[in-house]
Design a protein around this ligand. Structure first.
Ligand code: ADP
Length: 364
């Protein structure tokens, strides 16, 4: 069967009327970022931030109008809030800070599956355990995993001023695309839409006062990651890698990416570093432990620490009971806390926070 074309999708959408505004969604320029690929259709329906959820029936109507077309395999329509003009950052300000958020830390990896999200979650919890006010932003728009790792679900509420309320897990404020879009929705996002979604999650969420917002970036070093690194006012980044050579090569790419956009890389964390046998207590270096330390030295960045490959880390991570929160006195939490301590100091230094300034001696 021939696949549906962009013009056929637009023609179908031009028949969907927004009852509030008395026009069709195409004519009203509400359809944004339309992507039609092999029968998979995705776009954003831009609505006024004040309308939010009230527009769900219209979103559904758009979805159904496209679903009915021959040659359509899937349809993904996301409601996006039109930013009120006063909240728009000035076009000249490339990286405006986020009011109330002192520092933003990116957790990145050169490739998927190295434990980046697990590390982001436990690092965020460890920073909180050190007394920092912490938020966790799941910037992995394509494959959000923070809802699962923090056992959070459901749609976020909104505050009076129509910003989204973060969800709180283990005392940490969290926001994720996973709260806004159903898990099985195919995500077909064009670059600019990803950035738009990310900017909304940064600017239209009631984060309140935070010492650090930990940002779990999508894996890899492609355009999407580069744009994020450019758009988000990052204070610094950590790169998670496994010790194998191949993962480390990818870590190098990550390092170079942040250098390109002038974001300081605080260092590399070696995950799945070594294995302690639960039966005999022997230590096995499955992935030739120590690769990240060597790479860090070669590349002139810091080695921040190592996390063992351990069943307890996997089980707690995958069941939404992260180990730093549920076994705070255990050896694994200690490994994350040690890394968090270094990272916290680096955040202070990079942001010029008072905690790091020497006392001022006043001579009268
Ligand atoms: P990424 O974000 O890099 O894709 P995840 O954090 O989702 O990776 O981790 C991938 C898998 O590896 C998950 O099942 C997770 O529980 C597991 N995992 C991550 N770190 C460890 C570790 N140190 N020990 C054991 N399992 C781990």
């Amino acid at each position: 069967m021939p696949r549906v074309s962009e013009s056929e999708v637009l023609a179908a959408l031009a028949k969907v009327i927004d009852p509030d505004r008395g026009g069709d969604v195409v004519g009203l320029k509400m359809v944004n970022g339309l992507v039609v690929r092999d029968g998979n259709v995705g776009f954003a329906l831009e609505v006024d931030a004040r309308d939010g959820e009230r527009k769900e029936p219209l979103r559904r109507a758009c979805e159904q109008a496209v679903e009915r077309l021959p040659g359509v395999l899937s349809v993904s329509v996301a409601l996006t809030a039109h930013r009120p003009p006063e909240a728009k950052p000035a076009a000249t300000a490339a990286k405006p800070g986020i009011p109330g958020i002192k520092t933003i830390l990116a957790v990145a990896s050169g490739k998927g599956g190295v434990g980046k999200s697990t590390t982001a979650v436990n690092l965020a919890l460890a920073l909180a355990a050190l007394g920092r006010r912490v938020g966790l932003l799941d910037a992995d728009i394509y494959g959000p995993s923070i809802p699962r790792l923090m056992a959070l679900s459901g749609r976020p509420g909104t505050t009076d001023d129509r910003t989204l309320e973060p969800k709180i897990g283990y005392g940490i404020k969290c926001m994720s695309m996973g709260f806004l879009v159903a898990e099985d929705t195919p995500m077909i996002w064009r670059g600019p839409m990803v950035v738009q979604a990310l900017e909304q999650m940064l600017n239209q969420v009631a984060w309140g006062e935070l010492d650090v917002l930990v940002c779990d970036l999508p894996p890899g070093t492609g355009d999407a990651q580069l744009t994020m690194a450019q758009r988000v006012p990052l204070t610094g980044a950590v790169i998670v890698s496994t010790p194998q050579d191949i993962a480390l090569i990818d870590a190098r790419k990550g390092l170079n990416m942040f250098r390109k956009v002038d974001v300081p890389v605080f260092g590399i964390i070696e995950n799945m570093s070594y294995f302690i046998c639960p039966h005999c207590g022997g230590r096995s270096e499955i992935f030739a432990h120590g690769g990240a330390r060597r790479t860090a030295a070669e590349l002139g960045t810091d080695f921040l620490g190592e996390i063992p490959l351990h069943m307890a880390i996997r089980e707690t991570s995958d069941s939404g009971t992260p180990i730093v929160a549920t076994e705070p006195a255990g050896p694994h939490a200690a490994a994350y806390l040690a890394i968090a301590d270094i990272v916290a100091r680096k955040l202070d230094a990079a942001s010029g926070s008072d905690a790091r300034r020497p006392p001022r001696i006043v001579i009268q």
